[in-house]
Design a protein around this ligand. Sequence first.
Ligand code: HEM
Length: 221
Amino acid sequence: MTMMPARVMPPHDAAGPSRPVLHPLVVRLTHWLNAAAVLVMVASGWRIYDASPFLPFTFPESLTLGGWLGGALQWHFAGMWLLVTNGLVYLAYGFASGHFRRDFLPVTVRAVARDLWLAATFRLPHAPGAYNAVQRLLYIAVLICLATVILSGLAIWKPVQLHPLTALLGGYEAARRVHFLAMSGIVGFLAVHIALVVLVPRTLPPMITGRAWPAREGGIG
Ligand code: HEM
């Protein structure tokens, strides 16, 4: 038996019944701006880490951005403003419009276990306009990682002015490790996220144009 996620019909149907809008413009815009900001922040962050590594490895220079510590810091701060302002717009929309409540909730252990099993056996259906329980869990987890990376980033950027925040995270060195850990969570999410898009490529066009891709039901997603 195949089980469909709770919401199968998309909420926005301004384009008529044939090709409904699956992702509203604000979600698409903030998603791609966020993706650009995350790539800039991760690549420049790796260069900053390489200048003073606290683990027994450094990142290959070809995967980093900025060329040297000063250049990487410039990229990192430029990316930070985009990440934070864009993230605030996305969060405001997500809460105010009911997008988070409608599309990310509920997430139950039972539903995640069921959808993981269906995905592992290549039987998880992808209903256009609805996220399965594994996707919901991953999206909520990456939003928590993004909030953590921003808070710990603030703690190591302004450890004097934001002393209570830095202290809450266990001090400067601990905050640095929290920052690294949250970055690792985001990179891990990206690996799974992009693998899922490759496995179910018809989820990509709606994230660009907003419109549902005319396609058969079925497959994993
Ligand atoms: C650069 C490569 C990326 C690609 C190709 C990509 C692709 C996609 C696609 C196709 C969807 C819709 C999935 C569906 O309808 O089933 C989606 C949704 C989403 N992606 Fe990405 N993504 C990328 C980067 C990122 C990054 C860097 C993040 C965050 C760190 C992210 C977070 C999300 C979230 C939270 C959603 C749900 C959006 C919502 O409905 O509010 N993505 N992505």
